[in-house]
Design a protein. Structure first.
Length: 440
């Protein structure tokens, strides 16, 4: 291998990560990064079961990156497959890899299950949702194992810093606008982010890391404030860089979540796009995800121009949201759900963006927004049945406060969390659409 060839490194990621149904198209992403001081031309090939899907000659600028992306339709492809790639330069192979992918025959685009689960790290504290004591490092490993046991393939960490604390050993310090104080270091004492990634490595899972909000909860409502926006972008880029330096070697490191919630995507792009660009510069193949709120303004042309890769739309059933009002009556949002996700599906057609669902496992009694508690399975099952008809993948928000595996050492005091887990587990075991995942 020549020195020039050694300058170009590569990565490979498939979105969604799988298993997938036979009713979507998956994206195979080859990320190229040139660490040298001169531009490099390479030849990139992507394959499905050894059959070439594309071959492209790509020039990677000095110190820059490139992404080669190809979409593979899964129609008629039920079974076990392998997507792979190869990067060549001057007749030598300088990068290669593969991605096993199970395709399951299904009546809906998404499998009728929670393939992704959100994890709120503040929920590990005894005082947030009410548990006997704080979650320990071993408890957190057990949580990841419990997720894996339910067929979860993807964990989305909502944020790696919040309320002036980091959930990993960060060296960053900044002024928390919301709390009017400097960041206060780390909580808990162990590295929660590293623990999740380590356990996910062992389970063969994928993890997206939320960058946090940098002490500015309402940033997206103030994107016209150039100084405030620049500060927020800078903090998020610093967090992303530190996370990549600390954890980029983990096989489970799948991508990034932009924790600031979007309503008007065109306006929020002033934050989203430069942060997504920075993350893509670290690892071009790793996707960036956002979670639009209950009344998102996301026209197709704006979606197409966005630098974000995955849109996981909040279903907003928990507080019974109707446009611009919390009714605390989940049935009102449930009555709208089919139409809402059908509209999201229409908007996404031809945009090249991935459409996921962010299903809420909680509800609130009102009259104020707070004091969430686990929802009954009878309600959650209806959300799942509606949303899997329109998206690639269903994710569930969130585990630490609303799902509890039996036998946990630091159980939630609200027993409805264990009931939700057990009802969902029973559902998986009885659903014929998931014979291999449910162990039938």
């Amino acid at each position: 291998m020549t020195m020039a060839a050694a300058a170009v490194t590569s990565g490979f990621t498939v979105v969604p990560p799988g298993p997938v149904t036979d009713r979507i198209a998956v994206e195979a992403r080859v990320g190229l990064r040139n660490g040298g001081d001169s531009k490099q031309a390479v030849r990139v090939s992507v394959y499905a079961d050894g059959r070439r899907l594309t071959t492209r000659t790509v020039t990677v600028p000095a110190g820059g990156t490139k992404l080669v992306s190809v979409w593979w339709p899964t129609t008629g492809q039920a079974g076990e497959h392998c997507l792979s790639y190869r990067v060549e330069q001057e007749g030598a192979t300088i990068g290669h890899g593969d991605w096993p992918l199970q395709v399951i025959a299904c009546e809906t685009p998404a499998l009728p299950m929670f393939q992704g689960v959100w994890l709120d790290l503040w929920g590990l504290s005894a005082g947030v949702y009410g548990r006997e004591s704080d979650v320990t490092e071993q408890d957190l490993r057990d949580i990841v194992d419990a997720m894996h046991g339910l067929g979860v393939t993807t964990i989305i960490v909502t944020y790696v810093e919040a309320q002036g604390r980091f959930f990993y050993p960060s060296r960053l310090r900044f002024f928390d606008r919301d709390r009017q104080q400097e960041t206060q270091g780390q909580w808990p004492e162990y590295d929660a982010v590293g623990t999740i990634l380590e356990q996910a490595d062992r389970c063969g899972m994928h993890v997206l890391l939320g960058l946090g909000r940098g002490g500015d909860l309402y940033l997206i409502h103030h994107t016209a404030d150039a100084a405030r926006l620049q500060r927020a972008v800078g903090i998020s880029q610093q967090v992303a860089s530190e996370l990549w330096d600390l954890y980029g070697h983990h096989p489970s490191f799948y991508g990034w979540y932009l924790t600031h919630e979007v309503n008007d995507l065109a306006a929020a792009g002033a934050y989203y796009n430069p942060v997504a660009d920075f993350c893509h510069a670290l690892a071009p193949d790793k996707p960036v995800l956002c979670a639009p709120d209950g009344s998102p303004i996301t026209p197709p042309e704006v979606l197409r121009r966005s630098h974000v890769d995955i849109f996981a739309y909040q279903d907003a059933v928990g507080p019974g949201y109707v446009p611009y009002e919390y009714t605390y009556q989940p049935e009102r949002r449930l009555a709208m759900l089919e139409g809402i996700y059908a509209d999201y599906q229409r908007r996404h057609q031809g945009t090249g963006k991935h459409l996921w669902a962010d299903l809420e496992l909680w509800e609130m009694a009102g009259p104020d927004y707070g004091h969430a508690y686990p929802a009954p399975w009878s309600r959650v099952a209806r959300q799942l049945a509606a949303e899997c008809r329109y998206v690639e993948m269903v994710t569930a928000y969130e585990w630490s406060g609303f799902m509890q595996a039996p036998g946990g050492q630091r159980p939630l005091l609200d027993t409805r969390a264990r009931e939700l887990f057990q009802y969902y587990q029973t559902y998986l075991c009885s659903t014929k659409a998931l014979p291999r995942l449910a162990g039938n």
